[in-house]
Design a binder for this molecule. Sequence first.
Ligand code: PTJ
Length: 252
Amino acid sequence: MMIPKSHPRYKSLILREKLVEGVRDGVVVLQGLIAHGRGEAFDYILGEKSHEFALKAEEVAVALMLLAKNPVISVNGNTAVLSGREIAELAKLTNAKVEVNVFHFSKERVGRIKDYLERFGIEVLAGCDAELDGLESARRIVDKRGIYIADVVLVPLEDGDRCEVLKKHGKKVIAIDLNPLSRTARMADVTIVDNVVRAIPNMIKIAKRLKDLSRNELIKIVESYDNKEVLVKAIYAIRDYLTKVARDLSII
Ligand code: PTJ
C-alpha cells in the first residue's frame, strides 16, 4: 500500500505495513499484530521517544553484552521484520550470536525467520536441538550453541513466560518492552522501555562508543544500575506525559 510521506503518522504506518508484509511472508504471526498494537499504545502514551531512562538501560545493556562470554540476541517474528538489519549490526559490534526463538513454533517458520535474517549478512542459530527446563511453551526450544549456553540474553518483545526461566538458568536477561507494567519488565535484569525500532539503533551508537572501554570501565557502568528505578521512571513518564497533554487541552 502507498503511504504518503506527508501523513502525520507516516513512520507508524510504515511499521504496520512491514508487519503485515511479514504475515504474508509467514515470518510474523497474526498474534504479532495484536502485540504490536499494544506496543503502539504504550509508545503513544510515552510520547514516542527514547527517554533518558531508556537510554540509560540501553547503555547498561550494551555494557553487559560486551562483558559477556556468550551474549545472544533472541529474535522472534516481529523483531525480525521491524529490526532485522539493525540487529545484525548490533550482533557484529557486540560479538553476540543471533538465535531465532518464537512462541508460535513450527520448524518451517523458524527456518523462514532464519533465512529472513541471514539476508543481512549474519549467521543465525536455529538448531532447535536443546530445551530449557521449567518452561512449557515453545520458547523452551533453543539452540545448544546459543541461548542454552548464553550468559546474557537480549530479548526484544518477550511474551513474559520465559524471562523468569532464563534467570533460573543463571542468565542475565535484557528485555525490550514498551510496557513497563509487564511481568517481563519486572523480571528482567535490565528493562529497556523503548520501541525496538529506536532501541536497537540507539544500542548500535552506544556499542560504537563503549567497545574500546576496559572491562573495569564497563563493570562500573553496570554496577551503577538500578532496574526498579528505571521502571518507576517509565511509569512516572507516562503519568507526566498524560498530565501535560491534559493541561495543554486546558481540561484541568
Ligand atoms: O514471533 P512469536 O511467535 O514469538 O510471537 C511474537 C509475539 C509478539 C506475538 C509474542 O511474543 C507475544 O505474544 O508477545 P506479547 O505477550 O504480546 O508481548 C509483547 C510485548 O512487547 C508487549 O508488552 C508489548 O507492549 C511489547 N511491544 C510490542 N511492540 C513493541 C513492543 N515493545 C517494544 N517495541 C515494540 N515495537
